[in-house]
Design a protein around this ligand. Sequence first.
Ligand code: IMP
Ligand code: MG
Length: 180
Amino acid sequence: MERDIAEVLLSQEQLQTRIRELGEILTAEYAGKNPIVVGVLKGVVIFYADMIRQIKVPCQMDFMRVSSYQGTQSTGKAVFGGKMSENIEGRHVLILEDIFDTGNSLNFLYNHLIQKNPASIKICTLLDKPSRRNPEITLKPDWVGFEVPNAFVVGYGLDYNEAYRNLPYIGILKPEVYAE
Ligand code: IMP
Ligand code: MG
């Protein structure tokens, strides 16, 4: 795994420091609101597990799967692969995501959840890659861990063809790996 990484972009220490900072912000934001914290599988799992333990208020956990059709990116089409177990009507929803890239998948998820009349929906993404945003999408993450350059990143939950999710840091994948 390690030899496929061109560069460590975010070390374990950098990730944990930023997650503690975000934790303080989210703890203040959600005090007394009993939020439903929705994770977008699978990429978010490691971030979710670390982030949720820094949100020090009562909350519920839920998960969804959303895959975007990369071939038809501009249409913003995406598909759900899972159903939430919690009823979100009148509730505060916090979406946790690994990376906000084109924005298509989160835009789709947001538009789906907003129809269920939650009290609020906000988005916290570990990584933001604004250079790749679909220009038709106006939705923005409310909190961003790190802005990343336009490179393919893996590790800490993020994959390339389902590999590298268990790397403890976030690294830039060598271009020759995905050119193979
Ligand atoms: P979006 O709909 O283009 O914003 O897609 C976001 C999803 O694509 C993320 O949740 C990731 O699963 C995946 N993704 C986007 N960029 C990367 C990357 O650099 N590495 C790994 N996965 C990525
Ligand atoms: Mg994802």
